[in-house]
Design a protein. Structure first.
Lengths: 214, 404
């Protein structure tokens, strides 16, 4: 890591594992449950949050000395809202079908606790470069979980990945469907996303006992 | 040197190693252990977990045997019906026959074997990893599961559901005695939501109905509840057939007579709570009466999609579907039910009430019983909390009056 000092590199690697925003801090759960039925939607959602959090953290960090602390939440909301509208309009222009799948959840990035949490906890007290790294790290940590959940839900629920059938054709009965396999409809429902996130948390904490709270 | 001492030697040999719980489980399942407890005061009681579990299993065995014969009977009856012959059910004439038994055993016993095999493997793995003894909890669950699924459910689906139910429904909470949801119903709920085409509709309830669909030999496998939910007319329904159980349905839930006998057995041995059973039935009847009243008042016309089930005379709700089975064997599960006596009345009443409500208002889930029980499982601790708080408040008041 010639580019980043050890301390800076930790800003990116920490949220990916031992300080993951979803599995450890349990933030941003709603969108993780709602849009992970398809892998593509999970990926796009991850990129959208990456964009908003990366740039938002830098903007807030640059303004951190001039924001009066009484109205800082309002200023933060305006920054997120502006960035989210950009994402929403870009999606509507270039990926209309996908933006329909994501529906209100792009707009609801504004209320995603991870973003406000990072603004409050990090960007208000650190310089732009470190804030940028922190934003990228947390957004990646969020995206990784979304992609894992989306992978299992789409594979087991619809038998596809990125919309491409990988297990054969369920109607023509080819591939694994010829031996009696069937798609698991439960995987397409939000409760199953909660259970998968729970299983990830379980695996993570049994590998690293230090993460278990009392 | 019999099997017992061999097992004892094995147990001694593996003492303190990782696999110890597995050998202990086999030994104590078959025999009394050689050791006695040492040190401290202890209470000797005959009603341990194993006795409770065995009592429930004994109460379930008649249902299982009936289910085996019924699976065969329904198969042949449907084949006859397709050929234009209507059967008149009679116990010794055409029910307890060798043919019925062969077909039934061939379809039902694999369900039992898969349920117990997969479930116990999961239990053993968890016991070995976590280093505690294998618990008896799965013995009843493993027996209940084959009784509450359709006969033709693919075995791999059952296996997946059992793994899900035991791990998510029980082990993550800490094993037997710690679970919030009834594991058997968790398994059924998983199957219902994951593979709805195999758990509902008019094909899955009779052996081979799915395979024959669309061919010249097609047979019908519709349940009475399903027919009511579809508003279709039910010519020639015999209430005695419904009571004795000569109807299509999940394996073990059709014979109301045997369920009532099982219920009396559970109440007599004090394993099942009569309060829960009675209040569940009262709840179901209350909701049935309300719906009958709505129809009588003319608020719901025959064109309504709810008319079919709302118009069912209230007492018939008890003999169609599996409300009775749920009330006797599922709602009374001592771990997931309410613990206080007053709480048991509330808990049971709401199960019955909500079951019939789901049954009528959601034609997609005519069998609302399992959903109602799972819902009330979640609320059982809350009910207990308020019952106990009410008790505490009343006593505090009494105390203040005295001291004042």
């Amino acid at each position: 890591m010639g580019l980043l000092s050890k301390k800076d590199a930790k800003l990116i690697t920490d949220p990916l594992a031992d300080n993951n925003p979803i599995t450890i801090q349990v933030l941003g759960i709603c969108s993780a449950l709602a849009i992970t039925a398809e892998l593509k939607a999970s990926l796009v959602m991850g990129i959208a949050v990456l964009f908003v959090l990366g740039i938002g953290n830098v903007v807030i960090s640059l303004m951190r000395n001039i924001i009066p602390s009484k109205i800082r939440i309002i200023v933060q909301l305006i920054v997120v809202a502006a960035l989210v509208i950009i994402v929403d309009q870009v999606l509507k222009a270039f990926a209309y079908e996908l933006s329909k799948t994501l529906s209100v959840f792009v707009g609801l990035i504004i209320t995603n606790c991870i973003i406000m949490g990072r603004f409050e906890a990090f960007a208000l007290g650190n310089g732009p470069w470190r804030s940028f790294l922190d934003g990228i790290g947390n957004a990646l940590g969020y995206a990784v979980i979304l992609i894992i959940v989306g992978f299992f839900r789409e594979l087991l629920g619809s038998g596809t990945l990125f919309g491409i059938p990988v297990l054969g054709d369920p109607i023509e009965k080819t591939g694994v469907y010829s031996i009696g396999y069937e798609n698991n409809g439960f995987m397409l429902m939000p409760p199953m996303a909660l259970i998968i996130v729970g299983l990830i948390i379980w695996v993570q904490r049994s590998r690293n006992k230090a993460l278990i709270e009392d | 040197m019999g099997l017992k001492s061999n097992l004892h030697n094995l147990k001694e040999k593996y003492k303190g190693t990782k696999m110890a719980p597995a050998f202990n489980a086999i030994h104590t399942f078959l025999y009394l252990p050689n050791e006695t407890t040492h040190g401290g005061t202890h209470i000797k009681a005959a009603d341990d977990l194993k006795r409770t579990m065995n009592t429930v299993i004994m109460a379930l065995v008649p249902c299982l045997i009936f289910g085996i014969f019924n699976a065969g009977y329904q198969h042949y009856a449907a084949v006859d019906a397709a050929a234009g012959v209507i059967r008149e059910a009679s116990l010794f004439g055409n029910f307890l026959t060798w043919d019925n038994f062969v077909v039934g055993a061939w379809t039902v016993l694999p369900l039992v074997i898969v349920s117990y095999g997969v479930g116990l493997i999961v239990e053993f793995i968890f016991a070995v990893i976590k280093g505690h003894e294998v618990e008896e909890g799965y013995l009843v669950t493993g027996m209940l599961v084959p009784l509450i699924v359709p006969v033709d459910i693919p075995l791999w689906m059952l296996a997946v559901a059992v793994i899900f139910g035991v791990v998510i429904g029980k082990e993550v909470f800490g094993g037997t005695g710690m679970n919030i949801l009834n594991p058997a119903l968790t398994i059924r709920a998983f199957l219902f939501f994951a593979y709805p085409t195999w758990m509902s509709g008019d094909k899955v309830w009779v052996h081979e109905a799915v395979e024959r669909a669309g061919t010249a030999d097609a047979i019908s496998g519709e349940t009475i509840l399903g027919a009511y939910a579809q508003n279709s007319s039910l010519a020639g329904i015999d209430y005695m057939d419904m009571f004795f159980g000569y109807i299509p349905g999940s394996v073990g839930e059709t014979s109301k007579l045997l369920i009532i006998i099982g219920a009396l057995f559970l109440i007599f041995t004090k394993v099942g709570s009569w309060r829960i059973i009675v209040s569940t039935l009262i709840g179901a009847l209350t909701m049935g009466l309300i719906f009958n009243g709505v129809v009588d008042a003319g608020w719901i016309g025959e064109s309504s999609k709810f008319y079919g089930l709302m118009n069912v005379p209230f007492w018939q709700h008890l003999i169609i579907g599996s409300i009775l089975f749920g009330a006797v064997y599922m709602a009374t599960d001592p771990v997931t039910a309410s613990q206080t006596n007053k709480g048991k009345w509330i808990y049971g009443f709401l199960i019955g009430f909500i079951s019939i409500m789901i049954r009528v208002f959601n034609p997609a889930y005519p069998e609302g019983v399992f959903l109602a029980i799972l819902l009330m499982n979640v609320f059982a601790p809350t009910i207990d909390h308020y019952v106990i708080q009410g008790n505490v408040k009343r006593r505090m008041k009494r105390l203040k009056v005295k001291t004042a």
